[in-house]
Every structure is written in C-alpha cells, then in structure tokens.
Design a protein around this ligand. Structure first.
Ligand code: SF4
Length: 351
C-alpha cells in the first residue's frame, strides 16, 4: 500500500490565525475568566472539542454571553448586526475573521455604496455567506446554483456584480459564474478571485494527484465546506473520495486488496496530528510506504487582528514581529510511522 500525502493540505493561514487568537486570549486571561466564541472558531470537530476541554464556551447566540465578557468572532466572519449586538451587550469583541473573508466583506460594502445589486455565489446557510450577506442585505441575493438564476430579482442588469464564498469548488463556482454572465452579459466581475489561495491550492492538488490513485481520503469535518469540496473534486476526477473526521472512521472495505495507492489530504481546518495518526495506522497495520506529493509551496502570512493586539498591549505583551504563517509539516518516523519519499508533481504555483 502507498499513502501519498498531498502538499499543501490542512491548515491555511486564516485557520492558523483564528486558532492562535483563541490560544493567545486563553493565555492572557488564564483561568480567571471564561472565553466565549461565537460559532465554531473553525469548522473542525477536534479543534472545537480541544478548546471546549480548555474551558472555552461556544455559542450560537450572543444573548448567551454574559455582559462584559470576551467574545471571539470565528474565522468565517460576522455581519455588522452581530458586531452591533456585541457592542450593545457590552461585550469585548476579538475578531478572528480571516483577512481574505474580510476582503469579500469590503467589496460588498463598496459595491453596495456604488448602487450595485450583489449576487453572492455560495451556500446560504454557511456562516461566511450569512456574514457577507449582512453587509448589504437589501442589495444582496445568494446564488446557490444555476437553477436559482431565473428567480433572481434584478432591478438593472447593467448594475450587477457577483462575489463568491472563499471556500467554493472552483469548478462549481465557474459553472455558476458562466451562467450568470450568460444571463447578465454586463455583470461586473470582482477585481480578483474571491475563492482563496488555500481552497484553490488544495483543490488543485487533489485534481492533479487523484487520477493517479485508487482512493482519496480527506480529513475534515462534515460542516467544513472546503473538505467536502475536496471529496467532490476527487469523485469528479474519477477516483472515489471519502471524508473522515479521524482515524476511527476508516473503513477497510475502501482498500480491499491492501495494495492500493491512497491520496491523503486534509481540509483547511483539519489539524495535522489527525493526518499523522492515520499515516501511522496505515504503516503499522498495512505496511504502507509514505510518499510526499509537493504541488504548491504556500508563503501567505497574516498579521494579528487589531483587537487582539489591543488586548495584548493592555497586558504588556509585545506583539511586534508577530506574524501568522503555516509551515509545511515535517514527516518524522515517530509521528507518521515512517519517513516519506518525495513524489514530485510539477505544476505552476499559486501563492
Ligand atoms: S480557507 Fe481561505 S478564506 Fe477560509 S480561513 Fe483559510 S485562507 Fe481564509
């Protein structure tokens, strides 16, 4: 059996930043105060459970947060109405919204001010879309599929713009965008792609490597949009794709001969230790060899959110030179069960 590890996989800079924010706030307040997080900080069961074990309380309604408490907004962003609600309840808001989500919010605000109707391509129940929609609810409609397009209420087809959720399937989004352009030839395009570098790179790696494999295993939670999209991309490329939260969900019927080549990847919110545990399982139980497929090198890094910097300053913590960057994991025998042999896939790069 061969396990091919896709690079990049797992944590993106936005998820890393959101987790670091909660870690940092926990360090600052210690055991003396409960930290609240509005919605899951990132869409991963293990990340959330680990914070719950450390005393963090996750809420879906700010009314559950006591007056004056610290509340962290998740990586997916929130609407202005939620920020206002937090202020009116006297909460101390720390914003862990991914800067690439904030960029889409800024575009929505700008186009709304210019009088555009906004067609927001994405999943209407996803936290990110709820937040972006909330920037200009009177002027925004969510487009989930091509069949939705005839039902849109359009005031002026020459004053339309589309924006997209950051974690969509690039392929699916392109189908909807092409249909929007066909229906409204003068629709304005955003100046650059809203689907983020991490989504694009992880999807592209699967698209390139999956056809060389018998099975694609995606580590990620069921509510992680980008993890679900990775399994769909595997299936679209003709290779079975399965999504699992962790090693306990592996099903041996997926690899009946024991000689399969399996691509192992992870959604942007899945911690790497879940991947290394699965590798160890395959090495120890199935004598698997590990192979590393480096497709893209990612160099994106973010600064800390201003609201966190302010809290750090109040506690005399120096935040200068603090940046958030995700380094590619190092495959060690101890953690992964074996070292990995390079399997080089050459492509153009992205970010
Ligand atoms: S998937 Fe993209 S938009 Fe979402 S948190 Fe990561 S970098 Fe930000």
């Amino acid at each position: 059996m061969q396990i091919v590890l896709a690079n990049p996989r797992g944590f993106c800079a936005g998820v890393r930043m959101a987790i670091d924010v909660v870690d940092q706030v926990l360090d600052i307040v210690g055991d003396g105060e409960t930290i609240y997080v509005y919605h899951e900080i990132v869409h991963n069961k293990h990340v959330v459970d680990r914070f719950v074990d450390r005393g963090v309380v996750f809420v879906d309604d700010l009314d559950e947060v006591p007056h004056g408490s610290i509340v962290v907004f998740s990586a997916h962003g929130v609407s202005p109405a939620i920020r206002a609600q937090a202020d009116s309840r006297g909460l101390r808001s720390i914003d862990a919204t991914c800067p690439l989500v904030t960029k889409v919010h800024s575009r929505a605000i700008r186009y709304a001010k210019q009088g555009y109707q906004i067609l927001l391509v994405g999943h209407k129940d996803h936290q990110e879309i709820i937040g972006t929609f909330g920037e200009a609810p009177e002027q925004t409609q969510v487009v989930e599929c091509v069949d939705c397009i005839p039902h849109l209420r359009i005031d002026d087809p020459d004053k339309l713009v589309y924006l997209t959720q950051t974690t969509l399937s690039v392929d699916d989004a392109n189908v909807i965008i092409s249909a929007l352009k066909a229906a409204f030839p003068n629709i304005k395009e955003p100046p650059s792609e809203d689907i983020c570098y991490a989504t694009t790179n992880r999807q592209s790696a699967v698209r390139q490597i999956a056809p060389l494999c018998d099975l694609v295993i995606v580590v990620g939670s069921r509510n992680s949009s980008n993890s679900v999209r990775l399994t769909e991309i595997a299936e679209n490329s003709g290779t079975r794709g399965v999504r699992i939260d962790d090693v306990s969900e592996l099903d041996p019927s997926w690899y009946p001969t024991g000689n399969e080549r399996i691509l192992l990847t992870a959604g942007a919110s899945a911690p790497e230790d879940l991947v290394s545990t699965i590798c160890r399982h395959f090495v120890e139980r199935h004598g698997a060899t590990l192979h590393l497929a480096d497709v893209y090198e990612e160099t994106v890094e973010f600064g800390l959110p201003l609201t966190l910097k302010k809290l750090m300053e109040e506690h005399d913590i120096d935040h200068r030179d603090r940046r958030v960057r995700v380094e590619p994991p190092v495959i060690t025998q101890g953690e992964y069960g074996s070292v990995a042999v390079a399997l080089t896939i050459s492509t153009g790069g992205n970010a």
